[in-house]
Each structure stands twice: as C-alpha cells, then as structure tokens.
Write a protein that binds this ligand. Sequence first.
Ligand code: FNR
Length: 362
Amino acid sequence: MSTLFEPVTLGAVALPHRVVMAPLTRMRATPPGDTASELSREYYVQRASAGLIVSEGTQVSTWGKGYMDTPGIHTLEQVAAWREVTDAVHAAGGRIAAQLWHVGRVSHESFHDGEPPVSASALPYRNRTTVRGEDGRPQRVNCPTPQALTARGIAQTVEDYRRATVNAREAGFDLVEIHAAHGYLLHQFLSPVSNHRDDAYGGSVENRERLTLEVVDAVTDAWSADRVGIRVSPVGKFNGLEDLGGGEAGLHLAGELARRDLAYLHLSEPDWAGGPALDDDFRARLRAAFPGPIIGAGAYTAEKAERLLGAGLIDAVAFGRAFIANPDLPARLRSGGPFNEPDPATFYGGGAEGYVDYPALG
Ligand code: FNR
C-alpha cells in the first residue's frame, strides 16, 4: 500500500512524494520568440514543492504551435529562457519535466505563414483554437482543415522531437514528457477517427502507433529511457477528437511502451473533459500491460488518489486546476485544506493576475 506522501522513483528521478503538478498551458510566453517569461519562472518556483512539475505543453517546432503565446523548445533563445526557469526550480528544491508538444491540426494558418496545419489526414475538422486578435487580445477561431503529413514531413517531425529533447536536456530539465494525449498530433495518428492513412502510418493499430513509437525511440535515443515519460488519453473526447472506443488500442500501446522501460506512463482520464469516468477494470488491465510507474490525472480528489494508490493501480497523481489555485498544494493536501478556488477566466493568457497571485498558506 502506498500513499500520496511516500517517495517514489520515476526513472532516473527520485520524488519525495507523489503529488505531481500536471502540465498546464497558460499562454503567457513572450512573443515573438515564444520564450518562457520571467513571470513563468516565478509561477513555477512558487510550485516547486510538487513532487514533480510537468511544464506546460512546449512546442517542438513552429508546426507544433497551435495557440498564441505558448512557449517552444526549438530555438537557442527558448533554451536559454527555459534554463532560467529550471535553475530557479532546482534552487527552490524542485524537479521539472518538459512536456514536448506538437498540436497537429489543433492550430491555425496564421501560425504557419498562411498554410494549413499538419495532421495524420486532411479531414475536415470542427474545433477551435486561440490566436492573437487585431486588438492583441486572445481570440477564439475555427481550426481549418489540415494537410496530411507526407513521409518526409513525418521524418522531419521525428527529428524535431529528437532535437527538442537535446534542447530540453541542455535547458536543465530533469525529464521530458511526450504529449501523446488530448487530440494533438500523436493522438491524431493513434486514433482511427482522425487517421485515415493508407500507408505504414495508418490502418492497423500497429501502423497507427508507428509515429508515436518512432518519436519515443528517437527521444530515448537522444537522452535515455529513464528520462522519458509519455502522456496518453486513449479514451474520451478531447479537442474535437471523440474516440470512446480507444481503450483497447490504448492497452496495446501501453504494452509496446512497457518494453521500452520508460520513466513513466501518464494517464489523462476523460471525465474532467466531459468524457465517461474510467473504471477499475480498465485501470487493472493498464497496470498489467504497463508494469512501470503510472501517473493518474483528471478530476482527482485526495480520496480518489489514496484509493487508487492503495490499490496499486497508480503510483503518483497529477493535479491540474488545484495547482493553478494552490501554489503549495502538497502542504494543503497534507493538512486537509483549506484550498483556494481556481478562476477559469484567468487560465489562458494575460499577466500576473490569476497566475502568480494565488496565496500560499500563512
Ligand atoms: C490543461 N491540461 C493540459 N494537459 C496537457 O497534457 N498539456 C497541457 O498543456 C495542458 N494544459 C491545460 C491547461 C489548463 C488551463 C487546464 C485546466 C488543463 C490538462 C491538465 O494537465 C489535467 O489533465 C486536467 O486539468 C485535469 O486535471 P484536474 O484539473 O482535474 O486536476
């Protein structure tokens, strides 16, 4: 039986407890270079008591960008800006992973010199993203029909993840987390809903997994398997990708990942985003398929966390919105509260308000 406040080891990184900060896009990077801002350094340092911080989604290339003011990890300037953040988090006693992100079709032509974003297939797509409006403020817009990645584009994408991993290491991160969840590029290849390809990257479950596994292999090759985690959300509805039957494919992928000895598998559960709650039968099958560390995330309470840790179905828990509002969340969970309430109006974009001004306990 393990509990939230016991230590755990994720690959090469030892955590003093099991309360992880989930990856949270906050759209406060500095334009035009999409560098992590000084304010974000303060934000992450405030949250350094997390067992592990997983950074906000961080694009591996310009094609990987889909929202205004999200940070990247593909230029020297971006690496230098992240170095300031990781050094400060380490000085405050914390650990931080870089979430490597490619949004695929959840994007807009204004980020790509007028060209449509890339995806597995050129399927019409109903979802929205956020660009900078004429007044400089965030504006919600429809995502256009994407273009299908060519074989060359796929090879370049794998290379972009490799380069981003070298950069993340150089920037002082402790781990990288490959974002293969939430309807973004890797998920667009994994799901038959968004992947209608008839080449080696489409059709069978093995073919649909191919890009994700090529990325995993390139990233582990660029660093080391014990420095690499991956986030998946096989079941649910995310960003206009509705795949309620993704469970079996998710278990198959987990089996492939298990053979690669990764630092962890991060399971994003669907119920926080309007999908059905996962049941323990699925969790048990996932645990059997992936014997390494599993982080659970999505609408967790302390109670749900302790129950699933105690049952041995997960090894750590990532909290998202609670960490936005409670910089010292581990201390608050330990004492049973009180908890500040998050304000969704300041989740995305803006400045210090709703970002670095939530109070810690006296
Ligand atoms: C998210 N989430 C998310 N997930 C991810 O993998 N990468 C990301 O960049 C983001 N960004 C993001 C921003 C905001 C404002 C929210 C609310 C959520 C999902 C997040 O990591 C987490 O899985 C969910 O918030 C569910 O957990 P909670 O909030 O119920 O603990």
